[in-house]
Design a protein around this ligand. Structure first.
Ligand SMILES: [Zn+2]
Ligand SMILES: [Zn+2]
Length: 265
């Protein structure tokens, strides 16, 4: 649930609920038990793979001094994407009339390589809150209405969907959790806008992380790893709040502040 202060298992959102925002048709959703506030991953519908085949995704990460510059075209590097637009699928469109078509679009993120924890956690905004190493931006757990986007919105079987032309993930697709450190801890799957990394689903010893293992912001630190977030299958899936200081927003087709490799004056 979206709330006004950080709490374990919740999203500390900068944005209030907006019931008028576009989204899925609640009365048609069969996989959510609204009284129980649970949903069934196995009976949810997903947009399948089809003929839609945009250009391959790109991800570049350049470290200079204490800056990590990540540039993507916001399409999956592994090429795995569903058959957008969903308007070709009548049954899915009845549930979620999202007309978007994922399109190549440059996003750049300029992060510190040595992020520090802020005096207090801060709220998470709509739009890009980070980026995966698969070249696709991460949005927070809520849809435009402030409800659980993963439970309610139709995404493709590879875990993403477009907002107009901007493809994004509201959770970390499990296939991206493909590397592991010694001891079974997941590898880094992406970076969050405060510069801290987000790792996959497994913590020390290879055990799957749950909200109970993580702090208010959905992270922790142990050993030599320093502060980091984890993906979970539980809401809020990626981050609950920012433990560090977030960059104000990502740049979309605009050079990062101060120029940099993309910053032609
Ligand atoms: Zn979304
Ligand atoms: Zn960890």
């Amino acid at each position: 649930m979206t709330i006004a202060a950080p709490a374990i298992g919740h999203l500390y959102s900068c944005t209030g609920k907006n019931p008028n925002a576009p989204g899925s048709v609640e009365s048609k959703i069969t996989w959510i038990d609204f009284a129980d506030k649970t949903w069934n991953f196995l009976t949810k519908l997903w947009l399948p793979q089809g003929t839609f085949s945009p250009v391959t995704g790109t991800y570049t990460e350049t470290i200079s001094d204490d800056n990590r510059l990540i540039s993507v075209n916001n399409l999956p590097v592994d090429g795995k994407i569903g058959d957008w637009p969903m308007t070709n699928y009548a049954k899915l469109t009845e549930l979620d009339p999202n007309p978007g078509i994922p399109t190549s679009s440059s996003f750049s993120f300029s992060y510190s390589t040595n992020p520090t924890e802020a005096p207090s956690p801060t709220c998470v905004s709509l739009g890009a809150i980070g980026v995966t190493k698969n070249g696709v931006i991460i949005s927070n757990a809520a849809d435009g209405r402030g409800e659980d986007a993963v439970a309610r919105e139709i995404v493709d079987e590879f875990g993403g969907h477009p907002a107009r032309s901007d493809y994004h993930y509201h959770f970390i697709p499990e296939r991206l959790d493909s590397e592991s450190l010694s001891g079974g801890h997941s590898g880094i799957v992406g970076y969050i806008n405060d510069g801290f990394p987000i790792y996959g689903y497994k913590g020390e010893g290879g055990t799957e992380m749950s909200n109970d293992d993580l702090d208010l912001c959905h992270g922790h630190k142990h050993g030599t790893l320093g502060y980091h977030y984890h993906a979970t299958l539980e809401y809020p899936y990626t981050v609950g709040c920012y433990m560090g200081t977030s960059i104000s927003s990502s740049s979309n087709g605009v050079p990062p502040p101060g120029g940099g490799p993309l910053g032609a004056p």
